[in-house]
Write a protein that binds this ligand. Structure first.
Ligand code: UD1
Length: 422
């Protein structure tokens, strides 16, 4: 198994190009199931999760040609509608094939994803919404079996909670349904917006894109023909590199980034004393003269993203003063706390609230990555920790960060990938 070895203490400089957004690419890849024609996706991030979902498409009978950042996909000859446990257990977001498979073929079986490191993560809201659209759903043998032999029909869906992949699943299902679907309390994340735009550009009438109320007129079963889609920049990868600048007291420039998508992240870093220069598609961060503490609460977009909580905790761990960080979306998303404390951080945790007392120095140690964003927080802390840090279980990082060690090395970090000796 690989691990990352990081020698802390270097300042960073120069620029880094941000990859396409994993969480935008995943629903867009799933949406290609709604089409029986070839479609090209560009600016895909070169990460494991993307390869996993493309592999699932080929297992269903789709034809996929994939180079690092481009995929040509043709789902004309899909001959299976079963998403097997072996794939879904590797990546929860495989649940995104549920809506489009059911909408196009009137039946499917998708393995239940189960829990994960950051919490229980049920899919009850996806299933309730599909039932409201006429699907018959049964859970048996660890699989969701869904049927709608005469097709799905439009419905009024009111989500009890805002759910990103739930909204995406229902938007895709609604695109081929008979009649109009209204989604109230829809997610507004940029990744949801890009999916809606892709479907709208294929001729489906969608109103309210980017708002919490979406109205989708289905095609009554007619498959879609998509134009080429260029995946939007990854706002979480961008935020992570901004945190790298903040924690190492460095000026760095991010290229190919959309700062409209990371306003909450920039705002909190400004509270911590960092300053920014923005152009249309670049951001330069300048370090704080004194890194100040920050209070934040994770919430749905456009609020502060849960996917940036761990990275901010790393930065706050060396701020001058005490920060308070509250996690409102996932019940168990603090697995990085004990690992950051192993590096010398002083973090106290009670329920969903943590108090981070800034310390003067972190010290290198062996730490274990527990989930995707927790792993990047450990890497950030290691960049400033005195001595050597080894971050183990980095397969989590490989799921979602393209070439993290290459990009950080190019900025001047001392980081290398090593193999565990047996
Ligand atoms: C997506 C993102 C993930 C991000 C999260 C929140 C992808 C592939 N992943 O995950 O990176 O951290 O949004 O921004 O885009 N919930 C239910 N029932 C459901 C669905 C969700 O109770 O049927 C709850 C969840 O447990 C959680 C909250 O709703 O507490 C939000 O989850 P959701 O937005 O669905 O997260 P994901 O779409 O899985």
């Amino acid at each position: 198994m690989d691990y990352l070895e990081i020698i802390g203490g270097n300042t960073l400089s120069g620029s880094v190009t941000i990859s396409g957004a994993k969480n935008a690419a995943l629903p867009i890849i799933a949406a290609t199931i709604l089409s029986d024609k070839a479609v090209t996706l560009t600016n895909l991030p070169n990460v494991v999760d993307i390869r996993t979902l493309l592999k699932l498409l080929t297992m269903l009978g789709g034809e996929v040609e994939h180079t690092d950042t481009v995929a040509h996909i043709n789902n004309a000859h899909i001959n299976s509608t079963k998403a097997v446990y072996e794939i879904v257990s590797q990546m929860r977001a495989s649940i995104l094939v549920l809506g489009p498979l059911l909408a196009r073929f009137g039946e499917c079986e998708v393995s239940l994803p189960g829990g994960c490191a950051i919490g229980q993560r049920p899919i009850d809201l996806h299933l309730k919404a599909l039932e409201a659209m006429g699907a018959h759903i049964e859970i048996k043998g660890g699989y969701v079996r869904a049927e709608a032999p005469k097709g799905l029909h439009g419905a009024k869906i009111v989500f009890d909670k805002i759910t990103v992949t739930g909204t995406e699943n229902i938007v895709m299902a609604a695109a081929l349904a008979h009649g109009t679907t209204t989604i109230i309390n829809a997610a507004k994340e940029p990744e949801v917006v890009q999916l809606c735009e892709m479907i709208r550009d294929a001729g489906v009438k969608i109103e309210g894109i980017g708002s919490s109320e979406l109205c989708i007129e289905g095609t009554s079963g007619k498959a879609l023909a998509f134009k080429t889609v260029e995946i939007i920049p990854d706002r979480i990868e961008a935020g992570t590199y901004l945190c790298a600048g903040a924690i190492t007291n460095s000026s760095i420039t991010l290229k190919k980034v959309d700062h409209k998508h990371i306003r909450a992240t920039i705002d909190k870093l400004e509270h911590m004393g960092c300053t920014f220069d923005l152009t249309d598609d670049t951001i330069t961060i300048h370090p704080a003269s004194t890194l100040l503490p920050v209070n934040l609460i994770t919430i749905e977009y456009p609020g502060f993203p849960t996917d940036m909580q761990a990275q901010f905790m790393a930065v706050a761990s060396i701020a001058k003063g005490e920060s308070v960080i509250e996690e409102r979306l996932f019940e168990n998303r603090f697995m990085h706390v004990s690992e950051l404390n192993r590096l010398g951080a002083d973090i106290w945790l009670k329920g969903s609230v943590s108090a981070v007392k800034g310390v003067d120095k972190l010290y290198g140690a062996d730490v274990m990555a527990t989930d995707l964003r927790a792993s990047s927080a450990l890497v950030l802390a290691a960049l400033v920790a005195e001595g050597i840090t080894k971050v183990r279980r980095i397969y989590h990082l490989d799921r979602g960060y393209e070439n993290l060690e290459g990009k950080l090395s190019a900025l001047g970090a001392k980081i290398s990938r090593k193999k565990e000796s047996k």
